[in-house]
Design a protein around this ligand. Sequence first.
Ligand SMILES: [Fe+2]
Ligand SMILES: [Fe+2]
Length: 365
Amino acid sequence: MCNPKEEFMKNKMNRRSFLKRSAVAAAAATLPLSLVEFSWGSGDSRNFTFAYISDSHLTHVKGAQFVRNFDKGLKKAVTECNFMSPKPDFVVYGGDLAQLGKREELDHGLEIMSRLRHPVKWVIGEHDYYLDLGKYWQEKMGSLHYSFDHKGVHFVVLNSILTYDAWIGKWKSPEERMSNMARLDNPNGSPFMVGQKQREWLKRDLAKVSKKSPIVVMSHSPLYKIFKPWNFWTDDAEKVQALLKPFQKVTVLHGHVHQILYNQIGNITFEAMMSTSWPWPYPVSYIKKANQVPRLTVMMNRADPFHERDATGWSVLNLDDGRVTNHYKLWENKDRVLKYDKRLGYPIDVEYQAPAKRIPPQEHY
Ligand SMILES: [Fe+2]
Ligand SMILES: [Fe+2]
């Protein structure tokens, strides 16, 4: 028996899914056969779907009180995931489940995530880590870095938000350390890194994998360098990239930046996930000079501050022949679809790549 709110969501999702399915069926009727096969899957064991939810930043106020808007974002993503058809093979949580790493926040997040009807793969973020250095997370969610194979794809989860020991030891309390790492533009923060120990583990892990096997790496921070003052940055990114270089098909999926952002460096495709809590602006709008956003990225609209869910959302990812097609589920807005173009060798924004098709940026007064 659903409560009225769940009933409303169910009807809304059913209607939306029906409209989408009808549209796909109508489009399929007019497509050439090869494209129809591609759309519906060719039966290849490497064709599957998973979902990605990230950066919910659940914030404890006091007692049983949490910031409602952030709860709402995660609950909405979980509900929509449960109505996915076909079902995702698993759901990835991309890190920053908590705001200040508190047990109350992680427990609250686990409680909301437990409503998911699919298995979850966990990636830790800096907001989950810097209070107790990942202890409670490890107890509840398991290892902070690991790998697994799924339908011919090798998945690697990294803890990319480690930093230098000297910085970790310089604070009077765990709370002070956490709050200094939590702020976006704090000059007292410290750059993230994967670290030598984990890179050695990655090297050993990848030694078992064929160079032809598709690899999907999932980290919280981007495994390349975008903008240091905001820690859109991983200090040893190039060293990690070097370990991934011998492989033919590599995709890195990450959270942390709270915006649609993508890039191609050599053989590696990078794609950022949206947040369910709030969107960050692009670094370009902050420094008002050199553009720090990767050349390939078509930026998403500036968020409407009067719409509490604008520019937030989650992703549905299809793996086809080892390449990712990323359907960004933008709430109350059109999906954006990022698809790897085999001919060009990098991902393109299928819907919005042509400037004439882009939605103009919103204006605020
Ligand atoms: Fe975040
Ligand atoms: Fe983060």
